[in-house]
Design a protein around this ligand. Sequence first.
Ligand SMILES: Nc1ncnc2c1ncn2[C@@H]1O[C@H](COP(=O)(O)OP(=O)(O)OP(=O)(O)O)[C@@H](O)[C@H]1O
Ligand SMILES: [Mg+2]
Length: 327
Amino acid sequence: MAEVIEVKNLKKYFPVQKSVIEVLLSKKIEYIRAVDDVSFKMEKGEVLSLVGESGCGKTTTGRILVGLEEPTDGKIVFKGKDVTKLSKEEFRKIRKHLQMIFQDPYASLNPKMKIGEHLEDPLLIHNIAENREAKELALQMLERVGLVPAEQFYNRLPYQLSGGQRQRVAIARAMILKPEFVVADEPVSMIDVSLRASILDLLMSFKAEYSLSMLFITHDLSVARLVGDRIAVMYLGKIVEIGETRKVIHHPKHPYTAALLSAVPSFLKREINIEIIGDVANPREPPSGCRYHPRCPFAKEICSKEEPKLEGKGHLVACHFPLDLDL
Ligand SMILES: Nc1ncnc2c1ncn2[C@@H]1O[C@H](COP(=O)(O)OP(=O)(O)OP(=O)(O)O)[C@@H](O)[C@H]1O
Ligand SMILES: [Mg+2]
């Protein structure tokens, strides 16, 4: 299968905001290492689920991939081209192939713009269609995402829609450009549980129709398992495990993955009880060696000293003492 996107040694360090007094007292600039040396590849038509607890860098990774955030370091190769090296004008041309769907469907829509205009706008900006044709495409798309009668929804404002309907608009807006790569950032976590399955089905139907590649960000392993061909597990800015969904779920190698799984045992063959010790560490001062070592029940001396590399064939893990489980 053809490779669509490759991320190489991606880093994003955010300078920490300090008070005037702190700045005067210390010249040192501190950084939050939100994404710290992340590499992976995605193929055409593939869904990669990105999981990990709050603050581990999932959204930042997604935003960098679609050009909403500049990386501090590293490369993003989209269909053979390093997009981090493109000029603004060159990047604008490929921007339509890279779309993002956000967690909060209300915040991602303009409260003053009609629903129809949200769908026409990208067509006009990218010179894909004009006036009557743009409206026709917008109406077709509204129908495609189940917002019928389309004419009625076209004229409504975002506040006149439910959360689920607004997320359908956000999906429609991303899909109207027939993108090749989409980042879906927790697209159902703010939606009523009863509507989640239908929104996921809608997303997956576009994935199949356009053979698009999707980075699906979620902190919910049961959703990651449902939608992902592969799963990547992130911890404090790093990918600690990545592999085919079946392997990561039933044969997790990283103690962090196993701990996340032990909290959602319903789809496992047997229950496990692997704990996570303490709270998530401060990304300003990540622990030495393996960043997970202070919370890992299996940690040994080397774990605090040497950072494990992400290694393996197909199913990769960054751990000095990978687990061998059959769940
Ligand atoms: N613009 C920013 N400026 C400063 N720090 C930021 C910025 N965006 C994110 N961060 C920090 O970077 C780290 C990673 O944040 P990110 O939003 O990528 O995590 P996440 O995995 O998406 O978390 P969640 O599950 O809560 O959405 C966090 O410590 C966060 O506070
Ligand atoms: Mg996030």
